[in-house]
Design a protein around this ligand. Structure first.
Ligand code: TYD
Length: 205
């Protein structure tokens, strides 16, 4: 399973506030307008394990960094293979599956305060066909997070996000062959970024 690639699986990665969720939605809409069957989901999921993760992010539940890494991985296993609408099932029915975050987030975020080898060992999941990294400087992301006016989640701190961004950049330089990787500049105009993503993906059709 380790080296396999899931066709029709598209993953968006980026820091909190990078704009990746808006881009994932825009891509979904583009697929819909071209008459394709598509679904957009996110990690942490809104399934039971994902909800527990969100409680940790909102400081309602306290646990150790390692336990949180295990929870993210358990949520991911459920997201991929859970009986009720798992990603693998959707793909087998011809649905294009888009995920807002995947195991690269675990490598980058949990990799900051948990041994990276441990994080890798619990994240042996198949790779997506397309991996889109919406990259933006931490200052830009922090401004967007602040403008939401919501209480800050666990990792939404400048120093932490600096470390995460460094991890993302390093991880994305050694992807398995066959993963179609695109880094987009998250400071560009929303529509420009979407255009770049769509033309990248359609260039393989
Ligand atoms: P995020 O995509 O920001 O969700 P939302 O916008 O709905 O709050 O993800 C929540 C946080 O979880 C974010 O800080 C990144 C972090 N995260 C990890 O640390 N590891 C993971 O494996 C995943 C999927 C997310």
């Amino acid at each position: 399973m380790k080296e396999s690639i899931l066709k029709d699986f598209i993953v968006f990665e980026g820091l909190d506030g990078s704009g990746k969720s808006s881009q994932a939605r825009a891509l979904k809409e583009w697929y819909e307008s071209s008459g394709r069957s598509v679904r957009l989901t996110a990690e942490p999921t809104d399934r039971p394990i994902g909800r527990l993760v969100r409680d940790v992010l909102r400081h309602k539940v306290v646990t150790t960094p390692k336990a949180l890494a295990l929870l993210y991985a358990a949520d991911r296993e459920d997201h991929l293979y859970g009986e009720n609408e798992g990603i693998a099932d959707g793909i087998s029915r011809g649905v294009i599956e888009i995920s807002d975050r995947y195991f690269y987030s675990s490598l980058a975020y949990q990799g900051v305060n948990v041994d990276e080898e441990f994080v890798r060992s619990i994240n042996r999941f198949p790779s997506p066909e397309f991996l889109i990294f919406v990259d933006a400087p931490v200052d830009v992301c922090m401004k967007r997070i602040d403008s939401r006016g919501e209480e800050k989640e666990l990792f939404e701190k400048k120093s932490y996000l600096e470390a995460v961004r460094g991890n993302f950049s390093r991880i994305f330089t050694s992807l398995p062959e066959g993963v179609r990787y695109l880094r987009v500049d998250g400071t560009l105009k929303m529509e420009e970024i979407t255009k770049e993503i769509v033309s990248f993906i359609t260039s393989f059709e």
